[in-house]
Ligand binder design. Structure first.
Ligand code: AMP
Ligand code: MG
Length: 338
């Protein structure tokens, strides 16, 4: 009898405890060509964690339907299918394109959404990989030029093929995080492939700990602690193929139309706007360490972690207190860029 009573007491206590703990809703989905892990905690103004999670899941599919380069009927697909014509797009696509074109300009064309014909020529869209001839590459490189794209109101005209693959996931994370904040959700972690977007801090009030992948082993080389920020990584290990002893990856240098050989293996950008972080992760990968460090010094509105092909680790000064190597990599030297 006494045992039964204590069991009931224990159950009641655990019920009480769960009642106090923030409610968690979690899901794994496959969208935008990648696995996504979504975790939402707490409760919003008028929504439960589950309802908020359902809503953001639907937003992901809607954004995929607008931004996918391969999906018939998406805004990007319509633009590409009607080169040289005025193509009406959704207001959100038009404003994302405007923002992205500004980022192409700001990065001196290291980011260029008209690199898509080169991405296609290498087979990164279809998985039918091939190495184009030098003549083809020269032709492709001459034609990469984001000024061929103009946005007028909600109409887009492009004289060449475009692709928003370099910003779509960061943008999606940003849209989702803003939506969750508007719903009053205090805490969430959205992992969209190499893009992690956080809302608030962990439910216990400590920062989120986001892993930076070791390109060689695939394990976590380091952790950055963030609150309410995006951590977006571009890496040469994320999509690549090998031919005749050479490795070719999916980040294209617009100047050569070939995979960017900047000496970097990955760049992670940490900042408050997912779209900007995603654009910059791609652009800084193309620029390489020296030029990226200069770009960071001029802007200082983001932080970054650079891993070189030689295994060196560089971080920007603002990360000194929030960056740490994991146990297996404790002996790596970390250089702080000032
Ligand atoms: P991310 O993983 O964000 O670095 O984006 C890489 C993807 O963006 C590639 O898979 C291509 O679809 C596209 N891409 C590759 N190189 C560039 C570039 N220099 N500028 C813009 N998009 C690019
Ligand atoms: Mg990117």
């Amino acid at each position: 009898m006494r045992r039964a009573a204590s069991l009931i007491l224990a159950l009641a206590l655990s019920g009480l405890l769960t009642g106090c703990a923030p409610k968690e809703a979690e899901s794994q989905i496959f969208a935008m060509d990648t696995f996504m892990n979504l975790t939402v905690y707490g409760k919003g103004h008028e929504v439960t964690a589950e309802e908020a999670l359902d809503t953001v899941e639907n937003w992901i599919y809607e954004l995929e339907n607008e931004l996918s380069v391969t999906r018939t009927g998406s805004d990007v697909h319509n633009i590409n299918a009607n080169c040289g014509q005025n193509v009406p797009v959704s207001q959100s696509t038009a404003s994302l394109l405007e923002r992205t074109l500004a980022l192409c300009e700001e990065t001196g064309g290291a980011l260029d959404i008209t690199a898509y014909p080169a991405v296609l020529a290498w087979g990164f869209t279809t998985g039918e990989y091939q190495v184009p001839t030098q003549e083809e590459l020269d032709f492709l490189a001459r034609n990469i030029d984001y000024s061929k794209v103009t946005v007028t109101g909600d109409t887009v005209t492009s004289d060449t093929l475009i692709d928003l693959g370099a910003v779509a996931k960061g943008y999606t994370g940003e849209v989702l995080a803003n939506g969750l904040r508007e719903m009053g959700i205090p805490s969430a972690c959205l992992s969209l492939g190499g893009n992690v977007q956080t809302v608030g801090s962990k439910p216990d009030g400590t920062p989120w700990r986001v892993g930076i992948q070791d390109p060689e082993s695939g394990g976590a080389l380091a952790v950055v602690e963030v609150t309410d920020q995006a951590v977006v990584t571009s890496g040469n290990y994320q999509r690549y193929f090998e031919q005749d002893g050479q490795t070719y990856w999916h980040i294209i240098d617009p100047e050569t139309a070939a995979p960017a050989q900047s000496g970097l293996a990955s760049v992670s950008v940490i900042g408050s706007e997912g779209t900007r972080c995603d654009a910059l992760s791609t652009a800084l990968f193309v620029m390489g360490l020296e030029e990226s460090a200069e770009f960071w010094r001029e802007h200082r509105d983001f932080e970054a972690v650079f891993l070189t092909g030689e295994g060196e680790v560089y971080i920007t000064a603002g990360l000194e207190d929030s960056f740490s190597l994991t146990q297996d990599f404790k002996t790596r030297e970390v250089t702080v860029l000032e």
